[in-house]
Design a protein around this ligand. Structure first.
Ligand code: COA
Length: 330
């Protein structure tokens, strides 16, 4: 009897812009210090897009590298799903721009918006298309230029974010021991005000005391998000490890959204999970929203921290609020 297809991770890629922005660059204009940023967040530097870089251009480079590592040609891709909160345009989608740049034939290409959970949401869409047999190979991209929506007069937020892109190619498999085992997705729009990036068509709230000079900037209640993030990450990891044990496997590597090293440490503090099996690169890139998980995933794979046959856990949370996890055997 023919087995239902599942989705295997065939390859990954990443791209960060050349410009390195160390913490010291903020001290000229803001009441902050390298020491404060390092000890409160774990971030030492981040990358900022150059004038010609966009989510689509960074995403295209990451996508090419993912296709190369998957040994898949652009013409073989059946669908592109891109996650971003900083698309080049509101229309067309960043996925369409990436499709054109890669020279893929006419295929479905669209964006999903789930903030920092965006890549795992996009992965779930790809996985569903593959499982139903509607697609055999899908390109999934997370790409951001958060420096373009950062408020450089707000020390609470601007120091946290960076730019970059990551990508993965998923392919159909009938091997039930490998591939995506389970994806969990959640959203709670009642807490929408905790992290926001205004769009050009949003009716802006009436300006007044306390309102920001430019409402298109990212706004965030850091302390509340911190609380949410620790509790959510802890629960996602516990639940996914239980799922993993039910499969007779152990999680080899956790690839969390790169948000704040204190959040990651606090969430895993009571668990017996070894800290050296958690990918942390936020010291070099900061929080790159939808690009954060695929960049960390690509680093983990290329550095040899996980190999074919290992089971890994992607976990993410962010604006929406949204949160998500994906349990995958490579
Ligand atoms: C933003 C964040 C780093 C702040 O750290 P914190 O330990 O919670 O700090 P607090 O918000 O309690 O602020 C403590 C003090 O530091 C100050 N502060 C904030 N940013 C600062 C900076 N860059 N430099 C120096 N001081 C700063 C605050 O103004 C506050 O001063 P006050 O006590 O005089 O009011 C932390 O809450 C965080 O990482 N939250 C998650 C944010 C995030 O990544 N969101 C994206 C979601 S996916």
């Amino acid at each position: 009897m023919e087995r239902q297809p599942g989705s295997l991770l065939l390859g990954t890629g990443r791209c960060v812009p050349d410009r390195v922005v160390p913490n010291e660059e903020f001290t000229a204009t803001l009441d902050t210090s390298d020491e404060w940023i390092r000890t409160r967040t774990g971030i030492r530097e981040r990358r900022y897009a150059g004038p010609a870089d966009t989510s689509a251009s960074l995403g295209t480079v990451a996508a090419r590298l993912a296709l190369q590592s998957a040994k898949v040609e652009p013409r073989e891709i059946d669908m592109i799903v891109c996650a971003s909160v900083t698309p080049d345009l509101m229309c067309p989608s960043t996925a369409c721009l990436i499709q054109a740049a890669l020279g893929c034939p006419p295929i479905p290409a669209f964006d999903v918006l789930a903030a920092c959970s965006g890549f795992v949401y996009a992965l779930s869409v790809a996985d569903q298309y593959i499982r139903t047999g509607s697609a055999k190979k899908v390109l999934v991209v997370g790409a951001e230029v958060l420096s373009r929506v950062s408020d450089f007069s707000d020390r609470n937020t601007c120091i946290l974010f960076g730019d970059g892109a990551g990508a993965a190619v998923l392919g159909a498999t009938t091997d039930t021991k490998r591939g995506i085992h389970k994806i969990r997705l959640f959203a709670d729009g009642s807490r929408q005000e905790l992290i926001q990036v205004q769009s050009m068509v949003t009716p802006n709230p009436t300006p007044g005391p306390g309102s920001l000079p430019n409402l298109r900037h990212l706004r965030m209640n850091g302390r509340e998000v911190f609380r949410f993030a620790v509790a959510t990450l802890k629960q996602l990891v516990e639940d996914a490890r239980e799922d993993c044990r039910a499969l007779g496997k152990e999680v080899k590597l956790i690839v969390p959204h790169q948000v704040n090293v204190r959040i990651i440490d606090a969430a895993l503090e009571d668990s017996d999970f070894p800290p050296d099996r958690v990918v942390v690169n936020l010291d070099r890139y900061g929080n790159t929203s939808a690009a954060s998980v695929p960049i960390a995933l690509d680093e983990g794979i290329r550095d040899g921290r996980c190999q074919v046959g290992d089971t890994i856990l992607l976990v993410a949370f962010g604006g929406g609020l949204t949160w998500s996890s994906a349990l995958i055997t490579l």
